[in-house]
Design a protein around this ligand. Sequence first.
Ligand SMILES: *Cc1c(COP(=O)(O)O)cnc(C)c1O
Length: 414
Amino acid sequence: MTESTGFNTSLLHSCIEGDKSTGATLTPIYQSSAFYQPSASQHEKLFHNQAPGYSYTRIGNPTITAFEERMTKLEGGVASIACASGMAALTNALLNILQAGDEIISSASLYGGSIDLFRDLEAFGIHTIYVKNNDWEQIEQSITEKTRVFFAETIGNPRLDVTDIRTLSELAHKHGLPLIMDNTVATAYLVKPLELGADVVINSTSKYINGHSDAISGVINDSGNFTWDAEKYPGMKEYKKFGKFAYTAKLRNGLFRNTGACMAPQTAYYNLLGMETLGLRMERECENAFKLAEYLDGIDGIEVNYPGLEKSPWHQLAKKQLSRGFGAILTIRVGSKERAFSIIDNLKIPMIVSNIGDTKSLVIHPESTLNVHSTEEEKTNAGVFDDLIRISVGIEDIEDLIADFKQAIEKSPL
Ligand SMILES: *Cc1c(COP(=O)(O)O)cnc(C)c1O
């Protein structure tokens, strides 16, 4: 595959040789927890990373490797580590470089689960300072001698603000800090953070990568570009000899295997299958979201938030940074919590569920569900209000979606 090969062709053909031992077109599910070794010395080599191969699925498995290789191709960088969930990926990506006393500077516009995780990390002496996304002055002023990492989502869930990745990564690097980004909402179809300067990217692959809501998982991708200062990141010292693979080597030999964060082989297979249509699904879902946003924007008493609309404060940045579309999620504010519930209950097509990124359209009232553990301030910063509905747009026929929203809104007067 050349650099100019299109998104879908590259996704389908760049690292698919089929199964090495049988020629099966997709790597089968190696549903095995352990792998037989021909000799004790071969086993010793495996455990010393001196021979390729597999010993135990918590550490590695051929189906999982096949998925990791495709994710590396998709997001770029030097390596991927597949995890049991998006939260496992985020936890491992951060703790691989952090220790007690360290500080995270994070965009305040985050997925509710990530806010909950950062609160949990306080008990381990890791403190998070929240900043307004893209507020360069506030971000720079928040840096202390304890700061060890910047964190943000490429498109905030559910605030739908767009992070200026290049500027944020330049600011991080100016201060000798790495940038870790969560690309779950945008996916590599819209933006590849590692190409814009981010150092590590995580995805909840439970969402668009899998695409069909049939398995929970996450992935960490490492650019290999960050130079880890051994004084600031003492744990990285013994791994610096791995060069571009230092971060991945430390994680694979440390927390990832020791926290047991591995993906299930069956999940890796579902993801391999699902991700083949990532481009097709995103194309249709972004187009549907755009049309639905335009339709809803014309209705009195409905306030639409979608980066594709010119009135969105993030539209210009979205146009510059995102390729091929503006994402498949939009939010609407409808005036009151009662009205939000009524609209949700009257919709016939979208399912009421807590995730995003399915082929089917999904709706949720985040304030009463996903952000149940957030403080009022955390909710406001994350763009969550009691009259807000989040819509994850699927691949249905847009005429049907629009008609369904029309009738649900008409049945729910202001
Ligand atoms: C869903 C989600 C996560 C968490 O992923 P899980 O696979 O549910 O653990 C993290 N970040 C974002 C932006 C998400 O939407």
